[in-house]
Design a protein around this ligand. Structure first.
Ligand code: PEP
Ligand code: MN
Length: 338
């Protein structure tokens, strides 16, 4: 159960609730949002004790949360969260496209890509500077130099920037350069990293672990939320199945299901999700119809020469056609219920 404090609750009033939770032998988890504080009450059948709080002041409501994830659940917050990425809202009316190379390979290619994707309507530039490569001998990214290039591209194009952080110790560095921190599939259950990004005020793009269930993914989001950072965008990026014909199996079931279970925005990465550039457009369109709030797509000026993920990267011409189809699709379905 969650005890939602009223906006004007004072610190001693929150403390009184916390003390009461302890008195009855349950565990309090206080989460101080910008707007109000929430006291999560952890322990078997906590809701049965709700009457024990009826005499305390400044409680707005007591909500029973039946799911293992609490702050991420629709029960806790019925309305959709809209995450503000430095002025670009994700989770509202607009379908937000994030695009760019898998890895930042150099300033020229990054600027060229950024200018192009911006001209086609992308709002956020993606590009890895710290790459979590499966092999230690593969290109590992340009590190801070890559982050500087992203910042230059942001300045020139007005695109916001998202980039992956792979270690808790790097979080502070990334925060200085990017508008959104990406936690990758291989780190979805790196709880130290989740807590560290949860302590920042930056929006977080949380990729689904490639072998994680939806519940584990939402519990990973809960780690970030419970640190006080409410700006989490979930990203379905494909899961491991028996299928070998594609790199991963893009789980589009997850999109409408997670939107039922959670108030957090959901975006889809059809590039990692398929591993094949030719599947990116059809799966992007399918993702939008499934209710995705946005897409994150790999684009490279010369995919054949990319240092990572060339086979799943769109060239400029294909990206243009994708954006045209997305416009047609969103116009055709405007005003219809999701
Ligand atoms: C990426 O976006 O390039 C990436 C490595 O993503 P994921 O963590 O989903 O594999
Ligand atoms: Mn990639």
């Amino acid at each position: 159960m969650i005890i939602v404090m009223s906006r004007r609750a004072t610190e001693p009033q929150v403390q009184a609730v916390v003390d009461r939770v302890r008195e009855i032998g349950l565990r309090p988890e206080v989460s101080r949002g910008e707007d109000r504080s929430v006291v999560g009450v952890i322990g078997g059948n906590a809701y049965a004790y709700r009457e024990a709080f009826s005499h305390l002041p400044a409680i707005q409501e007591i909500v029973q949360i039946t799911k293992p994830f609490k702050l991420a659940s629709r029960e806790f917050q019925p309305h959709n969260t809209v995450v503000d990425v430095a002025g670009v809202p994700i989770g509202g009316e607009e379908l937000v496209v994030m695009a760019g190379p898998c890895s930042v390979e150099g300033e020229e290619m990054l600027l060229e890509t950024a200018r192009f994707v911006a001209s086609q309507g992308a709002r956020i530039l993606r590009g890895g500077a710290f790459k979590p490569r499966t092999s230690p001998y593969s290109f590992q990214g340009l590190g801070e130099a890559g982050l500087r290039m992203l910042a230059t591209a942001r300045e020139e194009t007005g695109l916001r920037v998202v980039s992956e952080v792979i270690a808790p110790a790097d979080v502070e560095l990334l925060v200085g350069y990017v508008d959104m921190l990406q936690v990758g599939t291989r780190n979805m259950q790196n709880y130290a990293l989740l807590q560290e990004v949860g302590r920042t005020g930056k929006p977080v793009l949380l990729k689904r672990g490639m072998s994680s269930t939806i519940e584990e993914w939402l519990l990973a989001a809960e780690y970030v939320l419970s640190q006080g950072n409410r700006d989490v965008v979930l990203c379905e990026r494909g899961i491991r199945t028996f299928e070998q014909a594609t790199r991963f199996t893009l789980d589009l079931n997850a999109v409408p299901l997670v939107r039922e279970l959670s108030h957090l925005p959901v975006v889809v990465d059809p590039s990692q999700g398929t591993g094949r550039w030719s599947l990116v457009k059809p799966m992007s369109l399918a993702a939008v119809m499934a209710g995705a709030n946005g897409l994150i797509v790999e684009v490279h000026p010369k995919p054949d020469e990319a240092l990572s993920d060339g086979g799943q990267s769109l060239d400029f011409d294909t990206f243009r056609r994708l954006m045209q189809d997305l416009v047609r699709l969103t116009e055709a379905t405007a005003g219809q219920p999701a």
